[in-house]
Design a protein around this ligand. Sequence first.
Ligand code: TTP
Ligand code: MG
Length: 348
Amino acid sequence: MFYMQRRIIHIDMDAFFAAVEEKKNPALTGKPVVIGGGGNPNKRGVVSTANYEARKYGIHSAMPLRTAYKLCPHATFLPVDFESYRYASQEFKSVLLTITPIMENAGIDEAFLDASEVSETSEIIASKIKTGIKERTGLTCSIGIAPNKLLAKIASDLRKPDGLTILNKTDTESQLWPLPIRKLYGIGPKPEEHLKNISIETIGQLASLPLEKLIEYFGNSYGQYLYDASRGIDDSPLITHWEPKSISREITFQEDVRNWQVIARTLAELTKEVVADMQDSGYQAKTVAIKIRFGDFQTLTRAKTMTGYTDSAEEIRKAAFACLKRVELKKRVRLIGVRATNLEKAQQ
Ligand code: TTP
Ligand code: MG
């Protein structure tokens, strides 16, 4: 037995939405690009992201589009195209899964891997990830590798774009402590302000506060969190998701049914329940299918793929009824079911 610390990798795509737009339209490369709202900088809305050229003008995420326009009127302003970003997101995550199946999906452009059991060196793993993502999507990412999620996430942000930062526990003092407190995961604007009021600006200064003081200021659990986090301590596990393949409902009638109205009403009811399940679990679907089993056990399915991912009751009901229209109901129906497939976690 030998002691081995965990090896957690955090991958964060560079200027993600903007980078995808540049791939769609290479003429944009090297020019300032701002993504946000409907893409009209004279209308209300905020910047989702800006590429690195546009950031030179001071443009950043969450800034009003109008302000961004004032800072750089010659930038290209584009609407948000979630469909393309989601596709690129799935693509780069499928590359990550070739390294290890232990992946936490942390957002549209970021993920954690637990590579403790992967035998290659961190440098080789990082280079495989970067090359794989580049080949598959044409995009670059920044990578942080550390003994835990907290440090890995901080590390991936230290050398952007196209960066690689490997942090060890012994680097806490030299790498973590000089950073401003807002770089510490879990410090939002409120605690940041509170800490600044007592002249705590860096993670190192935070680490100099005794635990009792932190608990006095922030309560037991958050105080303890800040105490540990400022020392680079974090044992939180990766949250790996099991993704359902479909969400469905079906019903077998007490007696076989011939009445179209009853069939249609039942389908509407089942669809409603499927939509409620989707909304509760935060999934959107691209494909809706129905299943009809007749009294003689002949079973038919019909599917309709929609133009985008949705959890809209209206769209899903329409798709289900479009499927029903394609079934010739010339025999009594024993069972009817509806299924939403091609699922994806909805963006908040
Ligand atoms: P980030 O990873 O924070 O930003 P980024 O990928 O654009 O740039 P960086 O190179 O610094 O990582 O967020 C990922 C995407 O999420 C970003 O491209 C757009 C979207 N986003 C918003 O829509 N609103 C926001 O306020 C932020 C921060 C991000
Ligand atoms: Mg990013």
